[in-house]
Ligand binder design. Structure first.
Ligand SMILES: O=C(O)CCC(=O)C(=O)O
Ligand SMILES: [Fe+2]
Length: 368
């Protein structure tokens, strides 16, 4: 279930790659055998969330490669249409969140990202484009685009709930605790994005997409087969110097950037806001895109977010795990000062973040 293969990182050949975990047991009818498999899946997710914050999720039980290939092909058709047609769907027509952003329009860490993209959000009642996030989605006229992407949204929403359940089991939540948590994510304020990356010019001083953490709950990323583009920062002490020659976007943190190339039948899954739910036990992890190939890369991240009215606060189950570990390792527990995570209503956090980023001309990946 967990793979450790060789990956080229920063010029080192480090024995590090993201685990591959199949969600299939959570999609099968329950039986004693399936229960055992589910427990294994949950344990693997728990370990992956702690050690990497990122993993490959094998979703071949619910999606044929043809479906995801179609998504990237439809996005490619949209991005290859004339600039004026794409501009007709500009973010500025709506709430500045839903719609098309031109190449280099988005800025991360003060530098223009070398990508264009189109964002869709959960539709809202009584849309009003003058209110943050309250506009309407702008769909490309590329035939089949809307139908195929809407079908993907439904699938990813279902997957989000299934993965959340698997995580709840991994964290040791009781059935009642899971029921409560489920009611915070059962009307997810999801975001879906299609991103187009032309090759990064050598004289560009930024990245295809600068280093950032996703702020939501879970991200499911499908990308076309381009190799070497998505990079994930793994915190590892004693990792040695970064020989990538790229700006040290990780600050002083010690670790390595590894590539997370696409695997057929899998989406790349990572943790966002979940860090608060798990009281820091699960880390949201820095990642970036450096696409220097010759092709036009397309990716389709789906962000499974909490409900707008969800109160996101450290879960008792996570605190229990942390307490148990502290008791087992009293000295380490003392040395590491517990971080305080403030409870937040997701919608308030999101409005503040989005409003602030737009007002300051910061990009969608900006930190507060
Ligand atoms: O294109 C990719 O591989 C990653 C995109 C991403 O990290 C994001 O949109 O948050
Ligand atoms: Fe991201």
């Amino acid at each position: 279930m967990v793979s450790e293969t060789s990956t080229q990182t920063n010029g080192h050949n480090a024995q590090l790659s993201l685990p591959i975990i199949s969600i299939t047991p959570y999609l099968l009818q329950p039986s004693p055998e399936v229960e055992t498999q589910r427990a294994n899946v949950s344990a693997a997710i728990h370990a992956a969330c702690r050690d990497f914050g990122f993993f490959y999720l094998d979703i071949s039980a619910i999606s044929e490669p043809k479906e995801t290939e179609e998504l990237t092909e439809l996005a490619r058709r949209f991005f290859h249409s004339p600039q004026e047609e794409k501009d007709e769907l500009s973010l500025s027509n709506q709430d500045h969140a839903r719609g098309y952003a031109r190449l280099k329009e988005n800025v991360t860490n003060g530098k223009a990202d070398n990508h264009e993209g189109i964002d869709f959000y959960r539709p809202v009642d009584n849309p009003d484009k003058t209110k943050p996030l309250w506009g309407e989605n702008q769909w490309p006229t590329v035939p089949q685009f809307r139908e195929k992407y809407e079908a993907w949204v439904e699938k990813m929403k279902m997957l989000g709930l299934v993965v959340m359940e698997a995580m709840a089991v991994g964290l040791g939540m009781t059935p009642d605790e899971w029921k409560e948590l489920r009611s915070s994510v059962d009307d997810s304020f999801w975001v879906m994005r299609a991103i187009g990356y032309p090759p990064l010019p050598n004289d560009h001083d930024g990245f295809s997409c600068g280093a950032h953490k996703d702020y939501g709950c879970l991200t499911f990323l499908h990308a076309d087969p381009t190799l070497g583009a998505l990079q994930v920062f793994l915190r590892r002490s004693g990792a040695g110097p970064d020989l990538s020659g790229l700006p040290a976007e990780q600050g002083d943190e010690e670790g390595v950037w590894i590539t997370a190339d696409p695997i057929l039948g899998c989406v790349v899954c990572n943790i966002g806001e979940r860090e608060i739910w798990s009281n820091g036990l699960y880390k949201s992890t820095l990642h970036r895109v450096v696409h220097r190939g010759s092709n036009y890369r397309v990716s389709v991240p789906f962000f499974f977010e909490p409900n707008l009215d969800a109160l996101v606060k450290p879960l008792d189950a996570a605190l229990r795990v942390q307490k148990k570990e502290k008791t087992a390792l009293p000295n380490e527990g003392k040395a590491e000062k517990a971080k305080e995570y403030k409870p937040t209503v997701y919608g308030e956090f999101l409005m503040a973040k989005v409003g602030n980023n737009f007002a300051n001309g910061k990009g969608k990946y900006a930190d507060d």
